[in-house]
Design a protein. Structure first.
Length: 468
C-alpha cells in the first residue's frame, strides 16, 4: 500500500517524504484555518434584499465541508500541494455586492453559475484569450482595491470606523462611535490589530489564526470581568461555549437557486456581477497555481504547471460547490505556500489538509464564539497582503497608472468591487483611444468596458427608453 501511495502521488520522484507531506498539510491548514472564522462573519453579517441573514453555525459547517472535500479532490486529482477554501474578496462580493440585490439562494446560484462558466472556459481553451485581454496592471489594481475594501469592512465591523448619523454636512465616516475610540470591544480590536501585525512582522507561521484565537480569549475574559453592553459586540457576544464539539449543521447545503437571479435584476447587472466573480476568481487562481508550483520546483522546463488543465477544472468545480453549499466561491489559496515551505511537494499534503478541514466540521461551537472585533484584525491584515501588489504597477505611465488608481480608489469609496473594476476598465480603453493606441486593447476588453458603460448609465438609459 505504501509503495502504491508513493507511486500515485510521486512522492519519492519529487524528492519528498511522507513526513514532509503530512507536516506540510498541517502547516497549510493552520495557516488558512482563519477562513473558518472569517467566512461566517463576512457572509453572516450581510443581509439579502429581503433582510435575511445566514446562520453562523450553518456557514461554519458549509465553509469546512467544501474546503475539506475540494482540497482532498485537488490533492487526489491535481496532485499539487494546493488547498482550496472560500475566497476572501470573493465572499465580500457575494455578501456586500450581490446579496443586497436578491435573496441568498439567488446570490449563491450566481456563484454556481460562475463556477460552471469557469469550467467551460477551461475546457474550451478560452482561458488564454481572457488572460491576454486584461492588462496585468489592472489585475494587480483589482487585488489592491479588494484589499482596501476588505480592510475597510474590518474597520467598520469592529466599530473602529462608523457612519456619522444624521449629519450630512460633514464627512460620512468618523473614528469610533463619536469621533473618538471608546468601549471595550474597540479595545479588543486594537489589541488584535497590534498582535496580528507584530506576529506578521516576526513572520510567525499561522500569525492570523493565532491572533484570532488569542484576541477571542481576551474578548471572552473582558466580557466576563467588565460591564459590556451585549449590543456593543455586534452579532456575536464572546462567551465560553456550552459545548466544544457538536454535530455539523448542513442546513445551507443545497440552498441555492440557479436561475432565480434572472427574475431579480436586469441582464446587464447580472452579466457584470458574474463577470466580476469570474475575474476575481480566475486570475487569483492562475497566479496562485503558478506561484505555488514554482515555489515547489514543480514547473517543467517550459515553465508550465503539471496537470494544469485538471487543476483549473477542479478549481472551477470548487467555485460551483461553494455556491451550492452557500459558502461562497471557493478558490485555491496562496497560503498553501506554508505547506510547500515545510517540504510538501505532492497532493498528499492537500489530502491531509482536507482531512483536517473535515475534523473542523465538528467544531462549530468554537468557531461561532469569535466576535467581529477578534476577526476584523485579520481582514486588515489580508488587506495589507493584497495591497502589497501595488508595487508592481508602473506609476510613471499615466495610461496604466490612472485606470489602476481609479480601480483601487472606487472600490472602497463606493463600497463596491464591481464599480471599481468598471471605472478602471472604462478609463483604460478611453485613455488608450485618446493616445491613438486603441488597437492595443483586446476586443474582449472593449466589450467589457461597453457593458460597464451601460451599467453606470442604466438609469438615464431606462428613462430614455421609458422603462424606468
Amino acid at each position: 500500500m505504501s509503495a502504491q501511495v508513493d507511486q500515485y502521488f510521486r512522492i519519492s520522484a519529487r524528492g519528498s517524504t511522507y513526513a514532509r507531506e503530512i507536516r506540510g498539510g498541517f502547516a497549510t491548514f493552520f495557516t488558512m484555518a482563519y477562513i473558518l472564522v472569517l467566512n461566517p462573519i463576512i457572509l453572516g453579517s450581510a443581509e439579502d434584499k429581503f433582510g435575511h441573514q445566514l446562520s453562523a453555525a450553518e456557514l461554519a459547517t458549509s465553509t469546512a465541508l467544501v474546503a475539506a472535500v475540494m482540497t482532498a479532490i485537488m490533492g487526489l486529482g491535481g496532485n499539487l500541494p494546493l488547498a482550496v477554501a472560500a475566497g476572501l474578496g470573493l465572499n465580500a462580493v457575494v455578501a456586500f455586492q450581490i446579496a443586497p440585490l436578491m435573496s441568498w439562494p439567488d446570490a449563491m446560484g450566481l456563484v454556481v453559475l460562475e463556477g460552471i462558466l469557469i469550467c467551460v472556459l477551461v475546457v474550451t481553451g478560452l482561458r488564454e484569450a481572457i488572460m491576454h485581454a486584461i492588462p496585468s496592471s489592472l489585475k494587480q489594481a483589482i487585488s489592491v482595491g479588494i484589499g482596501l475594501f476588505i480592510a475597510f469592512i474590518g474597520f467598520v465591523d469592529a466599530g473602529f470606523v462608523t457612519r456619522i448619523p444624521g449629519d450630512e454636512g460633514t464627512v460620512p465616516v468618523q473614528l469610533g462611535g463619536s469621533g473618538q475610540l471608546s468601549g471595550w470591544p474597540v479595545l479588543v480590536f486594537c489589541i488584535g490589530v497590534l498582535l496580528t501585525v507584530a506576529l506578521m512582522a516576526r513572520k510567525v507561521k499561522g500569525a492570523i489564526l493565532i491572533s484570532i484565537v488569542v484576541t477571542t480569549v481576551v474578548a471572552i475574559v473582558i466580557n466576563e470581568l467588565a460591564t459590556v453592553d451585549r449590543l456593543a459586540w455586534g452579532l456575536t457576544v464572546p462567551a465560553v461555549p456550552d459545548d466544544v464539539v457538536a454535530a455539523p449543521d448542513f442546513g445551507l447545503v443545497g440552498a441555492f437557486s440557479l436561475f432565480g437571479a434572472f427574475e431579480q435584476i436586469g441582464i446587464v447587472t447580472l452579466v457584470l456581477l458574474v463577470f466580476t466573480l469570474i475575474l476575481s476568481d480566475f486570475f487569483d487562481t492562475m497566479g496562485t497555481v503558478v506561484g505555488i508550483s514554482s515555489e515547489a520546483g514543480l514547473l517543467d522546463e517550459d515553465g508550465k504547471v503539471p496537470n494544469l488543465g485538471r487543476v483549473l477544472l477542479i478549481d472551477g468545480a470548487a467555485a460551483a460547490a461553494g455556491g451550492a453549499a452557500s459558502a461562497s466561491s471557493n478558490t485555491s489559496y496562496i497560503e498553501s505556500a506554508a505547506g510547500v515551505g515545510e517540504g510538501a511537494r505532492t497532493g498528499l499534503a492537500s489530502v491531509v489538509t482536507g482531512a483536517l478541514f473535515g475534523l473542523a466540521l465538528f467544531l462549530a461551537p468554537l468557531l461561532t464564539v469569535v466576535p467581529a472585533q477578534a476577526a476584523a484584525p485579520a481582514l486588515v491584515a489580508v488587506g495589507f497582503l493584497l495591497m502589497a501588489q501595488v508595487r508592481h504597477i508602473d506609476w510613471e505611465r499615466y495610461e496604466i497608472a490612472i485606470p489602476a488608481f481609479l480601480t483601487i480608489a472606487v472600490m472602497p469609496f463606493t463600497y463596491s468591487i464591481t464599480n471599481g473594476i468598471g471605472a478602471g476598465f472604462i478609463a483604460y480603453v478611453v485613455i488608450k483611444a485618446v493616445l491613438g493606441k486603441a488597437r492595443e486593447v483586446h476586443w474582449l476588453l472593449w466589450g467589457t468596458a461597453a457593458l460597464f458603460a451601460v451599467y453606470f448609465a442604466i438609469d438615464p438609459i431606462e428613462q430614455l427608453l421609458g422603462v424606468s
